[in-house]
Write a protein that binds this ligand. Structure first.
Ligand SMILES: NC(=O)C1=CN([C@@H]2O[C@H](COP(=O)(O)OP(=O)(O)OC[C@H]3O[C@@H](n4cnc5c(N)ncnc54)[C@H](OP(=O)(O)O)[C@@H]3O)[C@@H](O)[C@H]2O)C=CC1
Ligand SMILES: CC(=O)[C@](C)(O)C(=O)O
Ligand SMILES: [Mg+2]
Ligand SMILES: [Mg+2]
Length: 338
């Protein structure tokens, strides 16, 4: 057992359901921390062979849950309610722990967990591939954790032991609750990390190209070089970024940043947050998923066909070193739908 892992789960069997972005990273890290892991998957699905090839005991979800002291639910959020009803609820033993990496289904009441189990959350603040690569480097991704139900009196200790097991304890653990984790996580990915950042990049690219500049130069300027800036944010905040860029860039930042991201943006961010808080987003997303993802597919196609992707693919093919250390996505998202 790794010295960074406390012994609450030392004798426990952990069922990791799902072997995608988070599932694979958690399963590998927990195993390398000396814990006993079984992976729960659909037989015949693409992940089954992968998890077996990587040395795991693999079982159908219901079977994996039966013998487990802790069940980590790491399948896509939209498949979790049915997975819970069909494979977890009838099989999880009283006193065992049910663990989520995102509070969505519990918070929005798509899953109403049995009252005789612990219900906990350990949410890494980073994608699964980073959860694995940071662990391999002897580091970890910060995690936020919460307890929704504690029947064993050990729920908090289990959350800590699990967070230690995936490497989060080497970085930072912050206590939260399911509501705060769910709402902040959704807001972050929608307004800033995924939605905000990709729309900002696309708009910058379009502005330059429509003004007649070369798409290759626009790509380097607004997408490629963003990594340098974000790495500086990551290491030392906006302060560090300002230390590294020129005085000219700093002055431009001060006068033009607020022209682009103005008070109207913040107002609209508040609208996004309100839709998250009052359940509008959750309702819309669930309805979209249940309808077979008609809009999701259109939005995705539009993103994939955006001219920045074509020029980017050409340029990246000439920069093979970019791929060498890049983490690979662990699963094709939503492959089972539609
Ligand atoms: N992506 C991320 O980095 C982060 C995700 N989270 C949260 O972690 C959880 C997992 O997300 P993520 O890792 O992105 O999920 P993925 O989309 O990567 O999950 C795919 C995995 O789930 C399996 N799966 C799909 N449907 C079922 C099913 N019905 N029964 C059993 N297994 C199934 C797939 O198996 P198969 O090959 O058979 O299809 C595959 O192994 C979510 O709650 C998410 O919000 C939290 C932090 C970051
Ligand atoms: C990677 C992560 O933390 C996200 C953005 O919340 C997610 O994939 O849901
Ligand atoms: Mg997140
Ligand atoms: Mg998220």
């Amino acid at each position: 057992m790794s010295s960074s892992t406390n012994d609450t789960l030392a004798k426990a069997r952990i069922a990791v359901l799902g072997y995608g972005s988070q599932g694979r990273a958690h399963a590998l890290n927990l195993r390398d921390s000396g814990l006993d892991v079984v992976v729960g998957l659909r037989k015949g699905g693409p992940s089954w062979e992968k998890a077996r090839a990587e040395g795991f005991a693999v079982a159908e979800p219901g079977e994996a849950v039966k013998g487990a002291d802790l069940v980590a639910v790491l399948t896509p959020d939209m498949v979790q309610p049915r997975l819970y009803r069909e494979s977890i609820e009838p099989n999880i033993r009283p006193g065992a722990a049910l663990l989520f990496a995102h509070g969505f289904n519990v918070h929005f009441q798509q899953i109403d967990p049995r009252k005789d189990i612990d219900v906990i959350l350990v949410a890494p603040k980073g994608p699964g591939a980073l959860v694995r690569t940071e662990y391999e480097r002897g580091r970890g991704v910060p995690c936020i954790w919460a307890v929704h139900q504690d029947v064993s009196g050990q729920a908090e200790a289990k959350a800590h032991a699990y967070a230690d097991g995936i490497g989060g304890g080497r970085a930072m653990l912050i206590k939260t609750d399911f509501k705060e984790e769910t709402e902040t996580d959704l807001f972050g990915e929608q307004a800033v990390l995924c939605g905000g950042a990709s729309s900002l990049v696309q708009a910058g690219f379009e502005t330059l190209v429509e003004a007649g500049y070369q798409p290759e130069i626009a790509y380097y300027e607004v997408l490629h070089e963003l990594k340098l800036i974000v790495d500086l944010f990551y290491e030392g905040g906006i302060t560090r970024m300002l230390e590294f860029v020129s005085e000219t860039a700093q002055y431009g930042d001060y006068v033009s940043g607020p022209r682009v991201i103005d008070a109207g943006v913040k107002e609209r961010m508040k609208g996004v947050l309100k839709d998250i808080q009052d359940g509008t987003f959750a309702r819309n997303w669930t309805a979209e998923y249940n309808a077979g993802l008609p809009n999701y597919k259109k939005f995705k196609q539009a993103d994939l066909e955006h001219p920045i992707e074509q020029v980017g693919a050409k340029l990246r093919a000439r920069m093979p070193w970019l791929q060498a250390n890049a983490p690979k996505p662990a699963a094709e998202p939503l492959k089972k739908v539609g």
